[in-house]
Design a protein around this ligand. Structure first.
Ligand code: NAP
Length: 297
């Protein structure tokens, strides 16, 4: 049981760190404006009228406004063909004024996410989803890093959590979260990394040896207290919407970790919401600034 009066862990405050990053970016935008340099311009491609996607894009648009970026919203009906969507992507790739863009996922089932992602120019791929950016994690000078893992690495860095030589266990191996995060922990963090996924036998055998446990699965309560080592750092990337009649909107967002029982064993832990989530948008803004600086130094 967690008793806030006796808690010994540090809560990793993603909202606070993301706010600091946004302020740093806003200052750089002012500097660029004063120097007569190009203001970053982020474009959003939204297909269909999925409510959750609209909400995510609204948050990203607000973040652009907060830091002084220019932005463009491009909306398409969910009946758009893959060929037509590809043509729009080519047009944005070639639009000199747009420095970065995102294609909000999910896409309708008749459109291949892989083929569409492949069409995005890597130096405008501010989500860091393209093969080029995924692969560039292992280069000395990465281009644009996958946004969510980039945000996790930044949280570790800003909380002075050492990764070098540490035993890191990543649960979840997706293309957008677990897999690139594992590579970043090795390449940039110099950690020893174990990657677990849904075929991993006896997950607890791995997690309980982790100095740093990072979870990106999407199954609330997957990680329980008995799976976590005393003194571990726990980073919960999972965000699952669950029914919650006690909330005005009828739902709450849950992570993959049983926070209440795991937190007392930790030195550091992220909450959900308010941990990794805000950092993903901050990373998107950082990538957009980098994309702009690369094209318009
Ligand atoms: P995903 O594509 O469904 O991948 C889930 C991963 O978890 C897969 O690698 C899967 O294994 C693995 N897995 C499934 N069941 C497992 C189990 N019982 N034990 C161990 N591993 C298991 O999901 P995702 O896109 O990576 O997202 C994961 C979670 O992170 C979701 O809740 C998502 O909403 C959240 N997320 C949050 C942010 C943010 O900004 N906060 C960003 C991205 C994702 P296989 O590879 O074998 O299928």
């Amino acid at each position: 049981m967690t008793d806030t009066s006796t808690k010994s862990y540090t809560l990793i405050d993603g909202r606070k760190i993301a706010g600091e990053i946004k302020q740093e970016i806003a200052d750089k935008v002012v500097e660029r404006r004063q120097a007569g340099k190009k203001i970053p311009h982020l474009a959003f491609i939204l297909v269909g009228d999925d409510g959750a996607s609209q909400t995510y894009v609204d948050h990203k648009v607000k973040a652009c406004k907060d830091v002084g970026y220019h932005y463009t919203m491009m909306r398409f009906a969910d009946t758009i063909s893959e060929e037509k969507l590809s043509k729009h992507i080519t047009a944005v790739n070639n639009d000199d004024d747009v420095d970065g863009f995102i294609v909000q996922l999910p896409l309708p089932s008749h459109i291949s996410v892989e083929r569409i992602t492949d069409k995005i120019r890597p130096d405008k791929d501010v989500d860091g989803f393209t093969n080029r950016n995924f692969g560039s994690i292992i280069s000395k000078v990465p281009l644009l890093m996958p946004a969510t893992p980039f945000g996790v690495m930044e949280l570790l860095r800003r909380y002075n959590i050492q990764t070098e030589g540490k035993n890191c266990v990543v649960v979840g191996a997706s293309r957008i979260a677990g897999a690139p995060l594992s590579m970043m922990l090795v390449e940039q963090g110099h950690a020893t990394v174990t990657i677990c996924h849904k075929y991993t036998q006896n997950l607890k055998d791995y997690t309980q040896h982790a100095d740093i446990l990072l979870v990106a699965v999407g199954k609330p309560g997957l990680v329980t207290a008995d799976m976590v080592k005393e003194g571990a750092v726990v980073i919960d990337i999972g965000t699952t919407k669950v029914d919650d009649p006690s909330k005005p909107n009828g739902f709450s967002i849950k992570g993959d970790v049983d926070f209440k029982n795991v937190a007392p064993k930790c030195t550091f832990i992220t909450p959900v919401p308010g941990g990794v989530g805000p950092m993903t948008i901050a990373s998107l803004l950082l990538n957009t600034l980098r994309a702009t600086e690369l094209r318009h130094p």
